[in-house]
Structures are given as C-alpha cells and as structure tokens.
Design a protein around this ligand. Structure first.
Ligand SMILES: Cc1cc2nc3c(=O)[nH]c(=O)nc-3n(C[C@H](O)[C@H](O)[C@H](O)COP(=O)(O)OP(=O)(O)OC[C@H]3O[C@@H](n4cnc5c(N)ncnc54)[C@H](O)[C@@H]3O)c2cc1C
Length: 246
C-alpha cells in the first residue's frame, strides 16, 4: 500500500467515543463518494496499524472520517486520542464499489445505515449526482441512542433545500424520541412503520444502499428478498448494494 501524509485539521466529538476527524491529505488521488481509504499509524515495534474507513466527504484536500471508538479495538483508541496537528497516514488510492456509479437507476434512492455506516451517505449527499439521478432520497440512520445521531445540522440543511424530495428517518433502538422511530431498522421495515414514516414504499423501482452492522445487513437482505428485491450486479440487475464494515 502506498501511504501519503495526513494531518488532523479538526476533530468533532458527537458523543463519547463517536467522532469525526477532518484530515488534510492533499495527495490522495481523486475518488468517488462512497469509497473508502485506509487510515494508519506506525507502531513502536516497526509495524504499521491500519484499517479501512469510508470517506465521509467527497474528494478534496481535507477529508472527513466518521469513526466510533471500539474500546477493545486496536486502531480506534489511537484515533480517538488524536487532536488537531497530529499526523496520520492515509492510503493514496481509495477503493470500493459502494458508489452511485454501481447503483441501478430508479425513482427512489434509499440510503440505509447503522452507526458510522452513515459516513458514505454524508459524502454522497454533498455531491450533485444523487439529486440529479433520483426523484426522491430517503436516508435511514439506525443508532442506539439519540446522542449518536450525528450530522443533524447538515441533514436539516438538505431537508430545507430539497423539501419533500428528501426524507430523513432516524431509528433509535434503546430510547424513544419525538421525530424518530423506536426500535431496529429491520423491525420497522417488517412492521411497515419505516415506509409509513418515509411516506414512500420500497418497490422494485428503488435503489437501496445498505451499510454498517453485518447482522442488520443480512436481516435486511432477507426481508427485501422476500419482497422481490435482490442484489444488484452488472450481469444480473437488482436493487440492493451493500457495504459490510466487519
Ligand atoms: C469498507 C469498510 C469501511 C469502513 N468504514 C468505517 C467508518 O467509516 N467508520 C468506522 O468507525 N468504521 C469503519 N469501518 C470499520 C474499521 O475498518 C475498523 O474495523 C474499526 O474502526 C475497528 O478498528 P479497530 O482496530 O479499533 O478494531 P479491531 O481490533 O479491528 O476490532 C474489530 C471489531 O470492532 C467492531 N467494529 C468494527 N467497526 C465497527 C463500527 N464501525 N461500529 C461498531 N463496531 C465496529 C467489530 O466487532 C469488529 O469485529 C469500515 C470497515 C470497512 C471494511
């Protein structure tokens, strides 16, 4: 892997252990919104510790990464301690096919993510492409606690700008809050509350991007399959594209 030097420019702490690092890394090659880069640090024993992270911003000189601290994890405790001015290695080239160019054309774009699985959608929604290609966009963000609902101000701005073309549906599993669904995304899909609140049925005229927790992804794919929606592949078109974080 070829590394380029990055410097943390800004750190936003959304809640304990949930944060965004804005990293100045001007030598990263152009990439598509939705792709991921590797972030890494050299260790004292000469090893290099790195992990993939969806970029939460489109290509530019400063790149955002939306990260959750995994207490027992290897890299995230180092990332959580980082402050503006700290150095971080960033892979020169992005990878991944969780991008709109790999999505089928449809009327409605569903962006469904849990936790930090919001990251690729933040990047995508900052570009013009989804707004040009899809009549409506529904963003579904599943979290445990209301305090984990990051990027609220930016999402509000999309609501102000795009009105009924954009629907944002927060889903909170461990507490209730006005304006959010209570429970898990999978349950809300099964009971019909997700589509009710979104004011939008999921049909075969949808493109569904799903990202984050692997259990949610497997369960969602099963439910969607029973409703006649399947993975989109170049040779066998479908509706669903998936990014698995672990
Ligand atoms: C394509 C891709 C994109 C990714 N993008 C992001 C991202 O934008 N933000 C992000 O925080 N992570 C992302 N990840 C996960 C990331 O690569 C690391 O696995 C994670 O940060 C944990 O690293 P660690 O070294 O601290 O933990 P490790 O020692 O590697 O432990 C891994 C364990 O941590 C847990 N875990 C990993 N990722 C998460 C997560 N996001 N939320 C909750 N638990 C998790 C799982 O139990 C996993 O088995 C992505 C992974 C992939 C494959």
């Amino acid at each position: 892997m070829k590394w380029t030097p990055g410097v943390v420019q800004r750190k936003i702490v959304w809640s304990q252990g949930l944060f965004t690092l804005a990293v100045r890394a001007p030598d990263v090659a152009p990439f598509e919104a939705g792709q991921f880069l590797q972030l890494g640090i050299p260790l004292e024993d000469g090893q290099h510790l790195h992990r993939p992270y969806s970029v939460a911003s489109p290509h530019g000189e400063v790149l955002e990464f939306f990260v959750v601290l995994v207490e027992e994890g290897q890299l995230t405790p180092h990332l959580w301690k980082m402050q503006p001015g700290d150095k971080i290695d960033v892979s020169e080239k992005a990878a991944g096919s969780f991008t709109l160019s790999h999505c089928p054309t449809a009327s409605v774009l569903w962006l469904i993510g849990t936790g930090t699985g919001l990251a690729p959608y933040i990047a995508c929604l900052r570009t013009a492409e989804p707004w040009k290609r899809y009549e409506r966009i529904v963003l579904v963000h599943g979290v445990r606690h209301a305090s984990d609902l990051a990027y609220q101000q930016e999402l509000d701005e999309h609501i102000q700008r795009f009105g009924t073309r954009f629907r944002y549906v927060p889903v909170i599993s461990r507490e209730s809050r006005d304006g959010a669904l209570n429970g898990r995304i999978t349950t809300c899909l099964s009971t019909g509350s997700l589509e009710n609140v979104a004011d939008q049925p999921i049909t075969t005229d949808s493109c569904i991007m799903m990202c984050g927790n692997p259990d949610m992804l497997t369960e969602m794919e099963n439910i969607l399959e029973q409703r006649g929606l399947r993975r989109h592949k170049a040779k066998s078109p479908g509706q669903v594209i998936v990014e698995r974080y672990w």
